[in-house]
Design a protein around this ligand. Structure first.
Ligand code: ADP
Length: 162
């Protein structure tokens, strides 16, 4: 049976830290589905459609990946995709508590599905979508931190001439 992993997240927007996790997990699993979560309490900067589009363009060079969006319970979505693994990235100790809780509840809901953690590449350990949005607002240079399509999309969101 091919190994199919789902990498879920908000990806609002995708950063080079996410890309690094996607590239590395695509070397481990036969297929990686990058799944944009609808339905968050936070108000997103980019719509789900925009986030899916930015991800699709950013990972077009990695053949065994797919981008999708989902609603509802992650475990149900995993089964729908015939996947058996959840991929999550860990940056700092601060990520650990939430991730441990999420992995535990998911294991309780379905013990056959494993959560696979990947440590961030050191150069991206400080990188988050929120920090990118914060600095892009003030026209800071985010070129080395996000894919070029995201840099352009951020410019359009914050600095498009009216
Ligand atoms: P969520 O809102 O689900 O945390 P994010 O889009 O912020 O969604 O992150 C999705 C996943 O990617 C999470 O597992 C997060 O820890 C991981 N991640 C985010 N940024 C980085 C990074 N710079 N390096 C490694 N993993 C990261």
């Amino acid at each position: 049976m091919p190994s199919v992993a789902v990498y879920p997240g908000s990806f609002d927007p995708v950063t080079n830290g996410h890309l690094d996790i996607i590239e590395r997990s695509a070397r481990v699993f036969d297929k990686v589905v990058v799944a944009v979560l609808h339905n968050r309490n936070k108000v997103p900067l980019f719509s789900v459609e925009e986030r899916v589009q930015l991800l699709s363009e950013s990972i077009a060079h990695i053949p065994n990946t797919e981008v999708d969006a989902f609603n509802g319970l992650l475990i149900d979505y995993i089964k729908e995709k015939n996947a058996n693994t959840i991929v999550r990235g860990l940056r700092a100790v601060s990520d650990f508590e939430y991730e441990m809780q999420a992995a535990s509840i998911n294991r309780k809901l379905d013990p056959s599905i494993e959560t696979f953690f990947m440590m961030t590449n050191n150069q991206y350990s400080y990188l988050s979508s929120s920090i990118i949005k914060e600095v892009a607002k003030y026209e800071a240079d985010v070129k080395d931190l996000v894919p070029p399509v995201v840099e352009k999309a951020l410019m359009n969101k914050f600095h498009a001439p009216s």
